[in-house]
Design a protein. Structure first.
Length: 114
């Protein structure tokens, strides 16, 4: 894969993580009640915009790379989303959750190397 494709792939995965975090934050904020929910539509819009960027970049990457090589790399998004949720939403995983994320990431690496 060319450096441009790698760049598009990394930016698309970051856009996916940002989109998921903003969508989760908007929905959590909406549930808090009228006073604390102010601004949730703006947060939701940012999440939707980030997911749109992810989708468009992903289509661009798909047009340049074989799907059999690309899909295993999509498997890294669970790790990125868990790390993002921990950093920005202060969510925590127990050891079983981290074990699952790590095993998934190892599986992705094994498939990518084959």
């Amino acid at each position: 894969m060319s450096p441009t494709v790698w760049f598009l792939l990394i930016v698309s995965q970051l856009a996916l993580v940002v989109g998921q975090i903003y969508l989760k934050h908007a929905m959590s904020r909406r549930e808090l009640g009228a006073e604390k929910a102010r601004g949730w539509i703006g947060i939701l819009a940012i999440g939707i915009a980030a997911m749109t960027v992810w989708f468009l970049l992903w289509l661009g990457v798909m047009s340049r790379v074989d799907l059999s090589k690309l899909m295993p790399l999509e498997g890294i998004s669970p790790l990125l989303i868990v790390l993002g949720a921990a950093a920005f939403l202060h969510e925590r995983l127990n050891w079983r959750g981290w074990t699952g994320v790590i095993l998934t990431s190892i599986g992705v690496l094994l498939v990518s190397m084959s």
